[in-house]
Design a protein around this ligand. Structure first.
Ligand SMILES: [Zn+2]
Ligand SMILES: [Zn+2]
Length: 229
């Protein structure tokens, strides 16, 4: 018997007929239905088409209107609300306590969302983490969310001494941060379509920094997918 990855309760899951006849019949959900219900899904039709902020009635939000003046809109898609107790707790355990097993909680749903962009036409580019974070955590949390996708590691973090951790900065400081990314020069990005992969969209600054590097290298379109918004 499998246990829920989040609350350890035994999973007494009954597959329905549709599930039994699908090709994924061997896979059981990684968490129990109670835990699943604690996460608040974002309804795409009612969210901002730029950043996936929920409840705008499908209109572009004010923040994205500002981005639109100087950038190509990222058209971020996100699965769940970030500022809910369950999601904040999830990221606390996954990222800050480094519980790598928890990548399976959302891996299937996250990859499904990314695959809306066919791999033949799009490159999947994960947002990198800096060396210090990687050493502490032991993994890149975004790469963990997509174990079955072929990723293109064309971005790296520019190492600066004493860089303040993103999570320790307030919103204004985050917006003013200088370009943190550089290109791994091995990939030809000319005229490419790129989906940026990240875990959380907060201000959008990180993703727009990444977009700028990719566009400067010749990318034609840059979009984004995040787990939470
Ligand atoms: Zn549970
Ligand atoms: Zn927006």
């Amino acid at each position: 018997m499998k246990r829920c990855l989040l609350c350890q309760q035994l999973l007494c899951w009954q597959p329905d007929m549709k599930w039994l006849f699908s090709r994924r019949s061997a896979i059981t959900p990684p968490i129990c239905s109670w835990c699943q219900q604690q996460f608040v899904p974002i309804e795409k039709a009612q969210a901002c088409p730029g950043c996936a902020y929920p409840g705008t009635g499908g209109e572009v939000c004010l923040d994205c209107q500002r981005w639109q003046r100087t950038k190509q809109l990222l058209h971020n898609q996100a699965l769940y609300r970030y500022k809910t107790p369950a999601m904040v707790d999830f990221f606390e355990r996954y990222k800050f306590h480094g519980d790598y097993r928890l990548r399976w909680v959302f891996a299937a749903a996250y990859q499904k969302l990314v695959r809306q962009y066919p791999r033949r036409q799009w490159l999947y580019v994960p947002i990198p983490v800096d060396k210090e974070t990687f050493a502490n955590r032991g993994f890149n949390q975004v790469v963990g969310l997509c174990p079955e996708l072929r990723l293109t590691d064309c971005l790296r973090v520019i190492q600066t001494k004493g860089r303040i951790k993103q999570s320790h900065k307030n919103r204004i400081e985050r917006l003013q941060t200088l370009q943190p990314f550089a290109l791994n020069a091995t990939v030809d990005l000319h005229n490419k379509q790129i989906v940026l992969l990240d875990d959380i969209y907060t201000t959008g600054q990180t993703l727009y920094h990444a977009q700028a590097v990719l566009v400067a290298a010749g990318a034609r379109v840059v979009r984004a997918v995040t787990l939470a918004r």
